[in-house]
Design a protein. Structure first.
Length: 134
């Protein structure tokens, strides 16, 4: 009988350990923020405008993955949100014009990365503005 309880306890522990969800979709947490952009002329010497940017693509990576898990576009006010996330570590990034190269027609981009962790299943994480160059 004692051996039965040890076996049953082992099965329950193994089953509960294998049910742990990884970072990614399927949860009840979310992350949101805004993208603010500086728009430069072709020479990248003069700022034409600045403000919250609509239509920017925001990417999310789940856990330690190096592949993109999902992406969304910013709304008219520059806001974005990823919903239904599990607990875990995440990275967000938005591509920004690399203004180190002052060349007309430069199309070199660098990622502006934000890392965060969801520790509560129902968290709503609000990130600081992600500032990019266009």
């Amino acid at each position: 009988m004692r051996l039965f309880f040890i076996g049953l306890t082992s099965c329950i522990l193994i089953a509960s350990a294998s049910c742990k969800k990884k970072a990614g979709p399927g949860g009840r947490a979310s992350v949101k923020g805004k993208v603010y952009a500086y728009d430069w002329d072709n020479t990248q010497l003069f700022k034409v405008s600045e403000g919250y940017s609509s239509g920017e693509r925001v990417y999310i990576l789940y856990g330690d993955n190096t592949t993109i898990g999902n992406d969304v576009r910013t709304s008219i006010d520059g806001s974005f949100e990823f919903k239904y996330l599990n607990k875990g570590r995440y990275k967000l990034f938005v591509n920004s014009l690399d203004t180190a190269y002052k060349i007309k027609g430069n199309d070199t981009y660098i990622p502006i990365i934000r890392e965060f962790e969801i520790t509560n299943a129902k968290s709503v994480i609000s990130l600081d503005d992600i500032v990019i160059n266009k």
